[in-house]
Ligand binder design. Structure first.
Ligand code: NAD
Ligand code: ZN
Length: 379
């Protein structure tokens, strides 16, 4: 490719300061270094994790920064030592990587790669501690190793999953984070038995995908819990059978759920990021066998408090990143689930905007409207 080995000038949406609208700037994107790839992003979408770190209220502020981690694109060029990706490959970036060599990558049970595990405070590449983005020589920081709000981005090869080139990138881009996370939290981690009852806290994209996963696993009652009543109608399409709005009750939601389910739900999946919802999600599972799974990203000072008796009574608390999927090994198979129509992603995509209007996607999320908004890069 004509651009390989050269700096590419392209457009990126830069967050100069916490909470201020992104501004589209011309950035310089350096060529990929050893074990890195440069990817032309075609579609990206906004996930709540981007918004949390952009607001930086309960998180470490790292600015100026290029956010974005849910996306689909095509490899433009590869750095030294990259053998399993080549220019032209269709890929999904992932915020947490898979080096394939560490103890975690070798364990069938973990996706918490030692080398490439999600690190939200790091704004540089792990190879040399530098950023590949700059404006007039001034570095612009990366976000979770992906920074997809740019026409081109540089990623470690371990944070890039190669997928079926026939899969439409404008649809499967949402599998790069939120949808796979929720789906995996249910099917890989909560593992609801057939006929069981599952409570899902938070009916955003991740929670709806958790509902979908619970449905696919064969749960017969799926109870959605959300403070936003507008979410409820939508959730039915994802297998949700009942709804609870904690605001409609004058007792703790754990008690409401216990009454509805003869003592507690069999499984719960928390997809809010709210510490109270995390505690409720744990305390609402049935003693003896209940399993709760935390997925939401908490405030950095949040503390989980519950009485130890809740554990002694044989309840299990788990947490997961990226639904326990190994990004490079498993994500291509999630894409195949879509290709085989076992998983419908279209119903998660409610809005679409051109890159120049990326701030509209932030407004929609702030208003709690829709599920996923696809941002179309305009190369
Ligand atoms: P979202 O904002 O679209 O959805 C969150 C929903 O939770 C909203 O509908 C909101 O009304 C609801 N909610 C908030 N507080 C609540 C409470 N106390 N009780 C009940 N409902 C409540 O967000 P999303 O994109 O679906 O992401 C959900 C969470 O998952 C976020 O915290 C995000 O950062 C996290 N996440 C985690 C991973 C992971 O790998 N662990 C990956 C992606 C996203
Ligand atoms: Zn690893």
């Amino acid at each position: 490719m004509a651009t390989a080995g050269k700096v590419i000038k392209c457009k990126a949406a830069v967050a100069w300061e916490a909470g201020k609208p992104l501004s589209i700037e011309e950035v310089e994107v350096a060529p990929p270094q050893a074990m890195e790839v440069r990817v032309k992003i075609l579609f990206t979408s906004l996930c709540h994790t981007d918004v949390y770190f952009w607001e930086a209220k309960g998180q470490t502020p790292v600015f100026p920064r290029i956010f974005g981690h849910e996306a689909g694109g095509i490899v433009e060029s590869v750095g030294e030592g990259v053998t399993d990706l080549a220019p032209g490959d269709h890929v999904l970036p992932v915020f947490t990587g898979e080096c394939k060599e560490c103890a975690h990558c070798k364990s069938a049970e973990s996706n918490m790669c030692d080398l490439l595990r999600i690190n939200t405070d790091r704004g540089v590449m792990i190879g040399d501690g530098q950023s590949r983005f700059s404006i007039n020589g001034k570095p612009i920081f990366h976000f979770v190793g992906t920074s997809t709000f740019s026409e081109y981005t540089v990623m470690h090869v371990g944070c890039v999953a190669k997928i079926n080139p026939e899969a439409p990138l404008d649809k499967v881009c949402v599998l790069s984070c939120g949808i796979s996370t929720g789906l995996g939290a249910s099917i890989n981690v909560a593992k609801p038995p057939k006929g069981s009852t599952v409570a899902v806290f938070g009916l955003g994209a991740v929670g709806l995908a958790a509902c979908e996963g619970a449905r696919i696993a064969g749960a017969s009652r799926i109870i959605g819990v959300d403070l936003n009543a507008n979410r409820f109608e939508e959730a039915r399409k994802f297998g949700c059978t009942e709804f609870v709005n904690p605001k409609d009750h004058n007792k703790p939601v754990q008690e409401v759920l216990a009454e509805m389910t003869n003592g507690g739900v069999d499984r719960s999946v928390e997809c809010t990021g709210n510490i109270n919802a995390m505690i409720q999600a744990f305390e609402c599972v049935h003693d003896g066998w209940g399993v709760a799974v935390l997925v939401g990203v908490p405030h950095k000072d949040a503390e989980f408090k519950t009485h130890p008796m809740n554990f002694l009574n044989e309840r299990t608390l788990k947490g997961t990143f990226f639904g326990n999927f190994k990004p490079r090994t498993d994500l291509p198979n999630v894409v195949e689930m879509y290709m085989k129509k076992e998983l419908e992603v279209e119903k998660f995509i409610t809005h679409s905007v051109p890159f120049s209007e990326i701030n509209k996607a932030f407004d929609l999320m702030a208003k709690g409207e829709g599920i996923r908004c696809i941002i179309r890069m305009e190369h």
